[in-house]
Design a protein around this ligand. Structure first.
Ligand code: SF4
Length: 101
């Protein structure tokens, strides 16, 4: 009959245990990667992945200056150059078919 050494049975499981230091390192690395990736994505990239309308589909037209209907007075516009419905950036003096005051 063979006897098993209890230390040999426990040893493989102990190797896979995560130390507190390793856990903190992994958490810091993950947080740093998330921060870098989050800031790397521009507003335009974010919009292209969303369900926003393309400028072409919205009939987006840029104008030289303010007019009665422009993005600055539109309900969907928010400073400085973003739109809830159309892919950003948008010009404050632009206009599209989704305009709402
Ligand atoms: S006019 Fe069109 S592009 Fe400009 S803010 Fe309104 S919905 Fe967006």
């Amino acid at each position: 009959m063979t006897e098993t050494n209890p230390k040999k049975v426990i040893a493989p499981a102990r190797r896979e245990c995560m130390t507190r230091r390793r856990f903190v390192q992994m958490a810091a690395t993950g947080a740093a990667a998330t921060a870098v990736l989050g800031t790397a994505a521009s507003a335009q990239e974010r919009d292209e992945k969303s369900s926003k309308s393309s400028k072409e589909l919205a009939g987006y037209i840029e104008k030289d200056g303010p007019s009665a209907q422009s993005c600055t007075t539109c309900h969907w516009f928010y400073d400085p150059d973003e739109c809830v419905l159309v892919v950003s950036p948008v010009s404050p003096w632009a206009y599209c078919n989704y305009y709402e005051d």
